[in-house]
Design a protein around this ligand. Structure first.
Ligand SMILES: Cc1ncc(COP(=O)(O)O)c(C=O)c1O
Length: 385
C-alpha cells in the first residue's frame, strides 16, 4: 500500500504521531470537525495518523472496507461481542476458541443475560442444530489454536447469512497472508496483532476488519466508549512488523513442517495437530480456504500426564517457556498445569498435549532441542514427578 511520504518530509519510515490531541485553526473548524468525528484528527482515542496507517493496511490485507485497532486482541474481541450482542441474544462459539474469549462470553452471560452454545466439532449440522430464533452471532476460530481443528468457513457463512446471523472469526493463526475470511463470506475478522502481525513479541495490539456499516456500530460503541484503543507507538511497531510479514510467514511454515517431520518419526508422539496433518475431509476444507500454514501447533506425548509434560518442557533450551506465540523465538507450553486436568478432559484436550510456536531459528537447532527433551522423559511412568 502506498504511504504518504510527502506528508512527512519524505521520511521512508512513517513517523509516530505521538499526540493525544490535534488543535484546530479556529473554533468554527473545531465545530465542523466534530460533525465528522469518525474521519477527522481531533483526539487520538478517535483517530491518529500512525494508527490510521496501520488500520488501512490491515483492511487492505483482509480485503475489508474498514479496520479499527485496539489495545489488545482481547480489546478487539470484546469490542465485537459488546457491539453486537444485546441482553437475551444467543451466540454460538465454534471450535476450541481462545480461553479468555470463552471466559468473556461466560461473564457476559452472567452479567448481561446473553446465552451461548459451544460447538467443538465445528460440524455444520451441529451448528445448525444450535441455532435458535435469538441467535445473533456465530463466532469461530479456525484453525482452533489449541486443537488446530479446521471448520468450513464458507459453509458457516452461508448458513448464517440465510438466517441473518452475524459471523465473526479470530484469524490470528493464519494471518491474512494465508486466509481471508471476508472473501469466504464472513462478516467480521478479528486479530491479535500481538502474534504474527507484530511478529517480534514487542507489542500488544488487536484489530477488527469488516464493512463500513458494521464498523460504524463497533466504532461508536466499543471503540469510542469502551476506549481500549491502540497507542501510536504500538501502531508504529505494528507497521514495522507488517513490512516483513510476507518474509516471516513462509519461514514459520517451513520450520514448522521440518519440526513436524521430525516429530512424526518419534514413537512417543501421537496426534500431531497441525493443518498439514489433517484428515482427508479437513484437507478438502483447508484446500478451499487456506493458502499456507503458520508455525503454531500441538502434539501429544503418548500416555503423557503433568509430570511428563513438565519434564519435557523443562529439558528444552531453544524452545522457551511462554504462553504467547508468533514472534522470532520458538516457544513451548502445555495447557496442562497439573491442577486443571478435569477441565481439559471436558474440552477434549489430552493431558499429554504440548503446544509449540515454531519461530525463525534453524530447524536443526529446534529438532536437536526436542531430541534432548525426549531423552529426558525416556522411561517415565504415570505419577512420576
Ligand atoms: C487465538 C488468540 N486470539 C486472541 C488472543 C488475545 O490477544 P491479546 O493477547 O493481544 O489480547 C490470543 C492471545 O494469546 C490468542 O491466542
Amino acid at each position: 500500500m502506498d504511504e504518504p511520504h510527502e506528508l512527512y518530509f519524505g521520511a521512508v519510515s512513517p513517523p509516530v504521531i505521538q499526540t493525544s490531541l490535534f488543535v484546530q485553526k479556529n473554533y468554527q473548524a473545531y465545530c465542523d470537525d466534530m460533525l465528522h468525528e469518525a474521519e477527522r484528527f481531533i483526539y487520538s482515542r478517535g483517530l491518529n495518523p500512525t494508527v490510521q496507517m496501520v488500520e488501512q493496511k490491515l483492511a487492505k490485507l483482509e480485503r475489508g472496507e474498514a479496520c479499527r485497532c485496539f489495545a489488545s486482541g482481547m480489546g478487539a474481541i470484546s469490542a465485537v461481542l459488546m457491539a453486537n450482542l444485546n441482553a437475551r441474544d444467543h451466540i454460538i462459539l465454534v471450535n476450541n476458541v481462545y480461553g479468555p474469549a470463552m471466559a468473556l462470553v461466560r461473564q457476559m452471560a452472567e452479567k448481561y443475560g446473553i446465552t451461548y452454545d459451544v460447538v467443538l466439532d465445528g460440524n455444520l449440522d451441529s451448528i445448525a442444530r444450535k441455532i435458535t430464533p435469538d441467535t445473533r452471532m456465530i463466532y469461530a476460530e479456525s484453525p482452533g489454536t489449541m486443537t488446530m481443528n479446521v471448520v468450513d468457513l464458507a459453509a458457516i457463512a452461508r448458513l448464517a447469512r440465510a438466517r441473518n446471523i452475524t459471523t465473526a472469526i479470530d484469524n490470528t493463526w493464519a494471518t491474512p497472508l494465508f486466509q481471508k475470511p471476508l472473501t469466504l463470506g464472513f462478516d467480521i475478522v478479528i486479530h491479535s496483532c500481538t502474534k504474527y502481525l507484530g511478529g517480534h513479541s514487542d507489542l500488544i495490539a488487536g484489530a477488527v476488519i469488516t464493512s463500513q456499516q458494521r464498523m460504524a456500530a463497533i466504532r461508536d460503541f466499543s471503540h469510542q466508549l469502551l476506549g481500549a484503543v491502540l497507542s501510536p507507538f504500538a501502531a508504529w511497531l505494528l507497521l514495522r512488523g507488517l513490512r516483513t510479514l510476507p518474509v516471516r510467514m513462509p519461514r514459520h511454515q517451513e520450520n514448522a513442517l521440518r519440526v513436524i517431520e521430525y516429530l512424526a518419526t518419534r514413537p512417543e508422539v501421537e496426534n500431531i495437530r497441525h493443518p498439514c496433518m489433517a484428515t482427508p475431509e479437513q484437507q478438502a476444507i483447508i484446500h478451499q480456504q487456506m493458502s499456507g500454514f503458520s508455525g503454531l501447533f500441538s502434539f501429544e506425548i503418548r500416555g503423557g500426564h503433568f509430570a511428563t509434560v513438565k519434564r519435557f518442557i523443562d529439558a528444552c533450551r531453544i524452545f522457551k517457556v511462554g504462553c504467547s506465540w508468533g514472534g522470532y523465538e520458538s516457544l513451548i507450553i502445555s495447557p496442562n498445569r497439573g491442577y486443571n486436568e478435569a477441565g481439559l478432559a471436558a474440552d477434549h484436550i489430552a493431558p499429554g498435549l504440548i503446544r509449540l510456536s515454531v519461530g525463525q531459528e534453524s530447524p536443526a537447532l529446534l529438532t536437536d532441542d526436542l531430541d534432548t527433551a525426549f531423552a529426558a522423559i525416556a522411561g517415565m511412568h504415570k505419577g512420576e514427578a
